[in-house]
Design a protein around this ligand. Structure first.
Ligand code: NAD
Length: 501
């Protein structure tokens, strides 16, 4: 079904003029033309047309940004501020993002393709909440004191304690699925900790990070503390290999994450990796079909399934399999398709032509392996990078569609007879980002949670995140945790102090 588009959001003049301007690199508090002559075309997924151009930064540009961040760090202009003053500036940034929320939301929808509803509520709304939560950590960074037992010289007394100190210059590398939100997940804990940062957004979706740089600067983040370099793999590689970078916070695919980790080790640069997933739902036989369908649809097709945490494998007890998959297919098949600027459209374009083609190729491979498409999976003949949401059955656990991360609106459903088998299949993957368990049997849930290999396990929901709840992956879904106190730990070094007296 296609949305009629009668209530389309009109792009504001502010967004239109921001998109059309000549975009520079944000270094040392100002816009720079950079040394690279290469440019990246930025497309609008709803139309497939070019909407902007940004600089495809080279190693010299990255070096300029890292040097600016290093100067700011060494000068102490940020890290030596009173923690309460850092917190206050970050809170001002949250206010500014909120005040400019509609501009950010429209810009993200235009560039990423997502629903304006998600852009408003998540890219902006949840991100503002995240900033306010994380700003509070600036004043709560602590070490601990220890009663030590050092025996020499006889009779000596010691006082020992630990301090958490900002790690230094941070490289934040961001994917294209939630460009503003994930940039902020790196920016704010780094700044709350006292670090300086260079953010490199995805080449597909660089625009909101550039606008964020301007807004942060106006909110009082000093020059050099937050820099933005646009570019692709060349800029990313230069950033992760830069010897002055002390910490890399990377979100992206497992394939690129391995390259980043390998490069980081050469300089012993600290790194955290938030990577891919092939996240399972395990649904026991006691669920109420009417109650679970909307939750599963949200878990699988939110943001067109372009969510690292999205559910992409559904294991349902055989006694309920046909009922649940038929209900899901009926609901998914009736989702309205349309541009993100149409608030009534439930399925929007994917981020790029390349990604749409990759998702379509995965679905075609599934068909070739004998899969049954209960609904969707085709790419409609219209402008924009659409794929209709697909519910797939009839495949074995080892089918490619059941194993590889597709990162699109594709849900593979497999029946099980025995709960232990379901957990074994859920864990039978190199990934371990998220999982969910659907049952009203509390005892069963509590017994199964420890058996699931995933950084987050939801029960009777799949997708909610909270800034206070650590987020990250088991196995090849990553290393480290974002959110909560753990985010601060990732941007600080622990120093032990021992004083003889
Ligand atoms: P990607 O790995 O292709 O790119 C991610 C970023 O890395 C981009 O900014 C890219 O330019 C940069 N990059 C590319 N090559 C590089 C290199 N050699 N060195 C340094 N940086 C380099 O990922 P993507 O396609 O943008 O995003 C989709 C992937 O991200 C999916 O696998 C998804 O699961 C994952 N993801 C994970 C999380 C999480 O929190 N775990 C969140 C969102 C997305």
């Amino acid at each position: 079904m296609e949305s009629q588009g009668s209530g389309m959001v009109a792009i504001s003049d502010e967004v239109a003029s921001f998109v059309a301007r000549e975009h520079g690199l944000f270094i040392d508090g100002g816009w720079h033309a950079g040394q690279s002559s290469a440019r990246l075309d930025v497309f609008g997924p709803a139309t497939g047309t070019r909407i902007a151009q940004v600089i495809d930064a080279n190693a010299a540009d990255v070096d300029a940004a890292v040097s600016s961040a290093a100067r700011a760090f060494e000068s102490g202009v940020w890290r030596k501020l009173r923690p309460a003053d850092r917190e206050r500036i970050l809170l001002k940034l949250a206010d500014a993002l909120e005040a400019n929320g509609e501009t950010f939301a429209q810009l993200e929808t235009l560039n990423q393709g997502k629903s304006i509803n998600i852009a408003r509520a998540v890219e902006v709304g949840a991100t503002v909440e995240y900033i306010r939560y994380m700003a509070g950590w600036a004043t709560k960074i602590t070490g601990e004191t220890m009663d030590v037992s050092i025996p020499f010289p006889p009779g000596a007394r010691f006082t020992a304690y630990t301090r958490r100190e900002p790690v230094g210059v941070v490289a934040g590398i961001v994917p294209w699925n939630f460009p503003l939100m994930i940039a902020v997940w790196k920016l704010i804990p780094a700044l709350a900790s006292g670090c300086s940062i260079v953010i490199k957004p995805s080449p597909e979706t660089p625009l909101t990070a550039l606008l964020l740089a301007r807004v942060a600067s106006e909110a009082g983040v000093p020059p050099g503390v937050f820099n933005v370099v646009t570019g692709g793999a060349v800029a990313g590689d230069a950033l992760v290999r830069h010897p002055v970078v002390s910490k890399i916070s990377f979100t992206g695919s497992t394939r690129t994450g391995k390259l980043v980790g390998t490069a980081a080790v050469q300089n012993m640069t600290r790194f955290s990796l938030e990577l891919g997933g092939k996240n399972p739902i395990v649904m026991l036989d006691d669920v109420d079909a009417d109650q679970v369908v909307q939750g599963v649809l949200a878990g699988a097709f939110f943001n067109q399934g372009q969510v690292c945490a999205a559910a992409s494998r559904l294991y349902v007890h055989r006694s309920r399999f046909a009922q649940i998959t038929d209900a899901l297919a009926a609901a998914a098949g009736s989702m309205t398709l349309g541009p993100g600027l149409d608030p009534a459209a439930q399925i929007n374009p994917l981020v790029s032509a390349r990604h749409r083609d990759a998702v379509a190729a995965s679905i075609a491979r599934g068909r070739a392996e004998g899969a049954t498409l209960l609904c969707g999976g085709d790419t409609p003949d219209r402008d924009g990078y659409y794929v209709k949401p697909a519910v797939i059955t009839g495949v074995a656990q080892d089918a490619t569609v059941a194993r590889e991360e597709i990162f699109g609106p594709v849900l593979v459903a497999i029946p099980f007879d025995d709960t232990a088998d379901a957990i074994r299949m859920a864990n039978d993957t190199p990934y371990g980002l998220t999982a969910s368990l659907w049952t009203n049997d509390l005892k069963a849930a509590l017994n199964l949670i420890p058996e699931i290999q995933a950084g987050t396990v939801w029960v009777n929901c799949h997708i909610p995140l909270d800034p206070g709840m650590p987020f990250g992956g088991f196995k090849q879904s990553g290393i480290g945790r974002e959110f909560g106190r753990q985010a601060i730990d990732g941007f600080t070094e622990l120093k032990s102090v021992c004083i003889a007296h």
